[in-house]
Design a protein around this ligand. Structure first.
Ligand SMILES: [Zn+2]
Length: 266
């Protein structure tokens, strides 16, 4: 078994962030991590996989393991071609969500011809295409149709899926699991907290994943996919540690819910 670790640029790009791309790469490289690129900074339209950015991408990520998260703005076949060529240049796998392949989670509106074109393009360029969970049933269907498709297991997904357990996800995907997104949540929204939340994914599930990777002698890239957390989450996490784990006294108590208060950034 081999696990190589990268950090998703979601960590930098989903909140205001003052670093340049080069500084982000230098920082991650200095920690020994590779990088998983997002196509754009949140709120900005420019896609970084466009040809005119290639020199910058190549130079900044030199000597780093690189993975790419597909565009999710409904890429056309031309745009798919561009990002696949970019991936080949960076020696990167592409992780994609199903809608970017024109596959809705309702099968009857999937455009399988479009998906097939993209899969062929990736095969021709020797780029590994990894379908991300999300929806387990849909991911399996794509795998059944296309032999070259691999899976990206997002550890946060089963916690939000009442129909399938974490173990079911692992068992169904393990044979072709080449990528992981490591994130955690409280089971309500996919808020991409760092792994290891109290009240998040149980420890036994993490163990099961590692045992399964070991048993299959898997070779995976594991991306820490974390979203800079909101003030209410920071307060909750700090309080869980201080008052529940460490048993500090005089815990502040919340006021009854009046409909006012509550963190509301809008
Ligand atoms: Zn993910």
């Amino acid at each position: 078994m081999r696990i190589r670790y990268v950090i998703s640029t979601m960590l930098f790009w989903w909140r205001e962030n003052k670093l340049s791309f080069e500084q982000e790469c230098d920082f991650l490289r200095s920690l020994g991590f590779g990088i998983e690129l997002w196509p754009s900074i949140r709120g900005a339209n420019e896609c970084r996989y466009q040809r005119r950015n290639w020199t910058r991408l190549t130079e900044a990520t030199q000597d780093m393991l690189v993975a790419m998260h597909s565009r999710s703005d409904g890429p056309t076949l031309d745009e798919w071609n561009e990002q696949i060529e970019c991936a080949r240049m960076l020696n990167a796998n592409i992780v994609t969500e199903l809608p970017s392949l024109c596959i809705s989670e309702q099968f009857d509106i999937a455009d399988w011809d479009f998906a097939e074109e993209v899969v062929k393009m990736a095969e021709q360029h020797n780029v590994k295409l990894c379908v991300e969970t999300g929806n387990l049933k849909a991911a399996r269907e794509v795998g059944r149709r296309f032999d070259s498709i691999c899976y990206c297991f997002d550890t946060g997904a089963p916690n939000l899926d009442p129909a399938h357990s974490f173990k079911q996800y692992v068992d169904e995907l393990i044979d072709r699991m080449v990528h992981l997104h490591l994130s955690d949540n409280y089971g309500r929204v996919d808020d991409h907290n760092p792994p290891g939340l109290r009240g998040g994914i149980p420890r036994g599930d993490w163990d099961y994943l590692l045992e399964s990777l070991n048993r299959h002698n898997s070779d995976v890239i594991a991306a820490f996919e974390m979203f800079p957390c909101m003030p209410d989450v920071m307060i909750r996490q700090a309080c869980d540690f201080l008052f529940d784990t460490m048993k500090w006294p005089n815990r502040p108590s919340s006021l009854p819910d009046t409909g006012r208060g509550g963190y509301n950034p809008l």
